[in-house]
Design a protein around this ligand. Structure first.
Ligand SMILES: C[S@@+](CC[C@H](N)C(=O)[O-])C[C@H]1O[C@@H](n2cnc3c(N)ncnc32)[C@H](O)[C@@H]1O
Length: 470
């Protein structure tokens, strides 16, 4: 019956609150209606896009009353681009909603006794806070309804971001407020150069075209890595593009390219060529220098990464005698950050080049009490591994959005470390894992940290302590 609701228009729906994944919630005839891109307090007409027996999903088609909490979005791409969907909500309220998301997820999913969730640590920078952006070249630029209705002819090549849920449509970006430094200039000037020179923008449907993808990484002290992915093995076109970037932006400290003839844009398995400069950039944190290679993960908001790591360090509360396991260590940033306060830190991570960087980061910073291993966590962290190493007193874990594999959670229950510091970018999967860990652990502290202003995403750190034996 509910499927019949599809495409039905519901009028004058009052938007009540924010739910998970940044969607807002209203009610229609007792049923929950999830609506994207609105704000609590709005009154809207919506069109149902999905009908289920317990809920409806809908898109706003007309706003009758704007919430008094709304603010004017600062970006001209707002509403089309999927990047900063919460620009219409003041930063103060964004932080309130993010903390509430953590409370809701833990109450709904973890269902264990909880301490009060601490006030969220806000980000000093609410614009230009990202250190990495990934732009796509496409010969299939997304046209807005107004552009189509205008009857004018538009340039169809685009360099920018994917339209949400559309793999084949790209929004041409002329200014992005997420990344500062040379990011906007490099993207715009490279785009203009490619158009002038007739260098082909990628055709995703037919899998051809020279220019495919552009990655820009920056550091707090203005180092920059620019990586161009080419969709054709055309050395003349590649040299022309790279030489333009090299001449026009001599300040790029790592200028690189990849020839990617595969169907997808991931390049972990491809060779990265250094055209000019170094093959890495370095971020500095509390006197430590972290080397970041083109294939390595680094937290995308460098200033807030420091705030996050300080929380993790405070929760770990190390005295210098502990063995710490840093699970999902990436380039070993947390491991090396807490090493001076621990007896030994052991980091485990899936991506091999990241582990190479982690080891090198330890050496460069004269840290001699860290060990790093590459491999899938559920395979590496087993009984043999544990018997070959010292038992962990403290475990710091920072898994990807999917959370920890059940085998890993079971291993943690078996290891019985005194404390677990669980860092997560997805409170829902974190709450799920905490529910399992609650068999042996109490939740002592919950600290949300905002790494991604203008989005609904929230980072969260939980301190778990082993239950007292009865
Ligand atoms: C959220 S990042 C955390 C990185 C690091 N703690 C930091 O702060 O920079 C998650 C990391 O987990 C790694 N990862 C994802 N799945 C994994 C798995 N199954 N086994 C081991 N590592 C994994 C990713 O490569 C990534 O580096």
């Amino acid at each position: 019956m509910s499927r019949k609701m599809k495409n039905k228009v519901l009028e004058q729906l009052k938007i009540e609150r924010i739910a998970a994944e940044g969607k807002c919630v209203g009610h229609h005839e007792g049923k929950v209606v999830f609506v994207a891109n609105v704000a609590p307090g709005d009154v809207v007409d919506v069109r149902v896009t999905k009908g289920r027996s317990s809920f409806l999903e809908a898109e706003a088609i007309k706003i009758h009353e704007y919430s008094s909490d709304r603010v004017s979005p600062f970006c001209s791409h707002f509403g089309v681009c999927g990047g900063c969907k919460w620009q219409h909500i003041s930063y103060e309220l964004q932080m309130t909603y993010k903390r509430q998301q953590v409370i809701d997820q833990f109450e709904r999913i973890a269902k264990v006794p909880l301490p009060q969730v601490m006030p969220i640590i806000g980000s000093e920078k609410t614009q230009y806070y990202r250190n990495k952006l990934d732009f796509t070249f496409s010969n299939n630029r997304w046209l807005t309804r107004e552009e189509i209705d205008s009857g004018e002819t538009f340039e169809r090549n685009a360099l920018g971001f994917h339209v949400p849920k559309r793999f084949d449509k790209i929004i041409d970006i002329d200014h992005c407020y997420l990344q500062g430094n040379i990011s906007n200039d490099v993207r715009n000037e490279l785009g203009a150069f490619a158009l002038k020179e007739g260098l082909g923008y990628y055709d995703i449907i037919n899998q051809k075209g020279l220019l495919r993808n552009l990655i820009i990484r920056t550091t707090l002290d203005e180092q920059s890595m620019v990586i161009v992915q080419f969709g054709a093995d055309d050395q003349e076109g590649i040299d022309k593009t790279m030489e333009f970037l090299h001449q026009r932006f001599p300040e790029i400290t790592a200028l690189m390219y990849i020839i990617n003839l595969k169907k997808n844009e991931t390049f972990q398995d491809l060779e990265v060529h250094t055209y000019a400069g170094k093959d890495y950039i370095e971020e500095t944190m509390e006197g430590l220098k972290f080397k970041i290679g083109p294939k390595s993960f680094y937290q995308t908001n460098s200033s807030q990464a420091y705030e996050l790591y300080k929380v993790a360090r405070e929760f770990a509360d190390l005295s210098g005698n502990e063995v710490v396991y840093d699970l999902y260590t990436g380039t070993g940033t947390i491991a090396n950050f807490v090493a001076k306060d621990a007896k030994q830190v052991i980091g485990i991570e899936y991506v091999e080049p990241a582990i190479v960087d982690a080891k090198e980061n330890a050496i460069r910073n004269n840290i001699d009490n860290t060990l790093f291993y590459a491999g899938d966590m559920k395979d590496v962290l087993d009984d043999t591994f544990v018997s070959n190493h010292q038992k962990a007193d403290v475990i710091i874990t920072d898994p990807p959005r999917a959370g920890m594999h059940e085998d890993v959670v079971n291993m943690l229950l078996k290891l019985e470390a005194e404390k677990i510091v669980y860092v997560s970018c997805n409170p829902a999967t974190q709450a799920r894992d905490v529910a399992l860990l609650a068999e042996k652990y109490d939740v002592i502290k919950i600290q949300p940290v905002d790494m991604f202003p203008q989005t609904y995403h929230v980072e969260n750190v939980v301190l778990l302590k082993i239950k007292e034996q009865e």
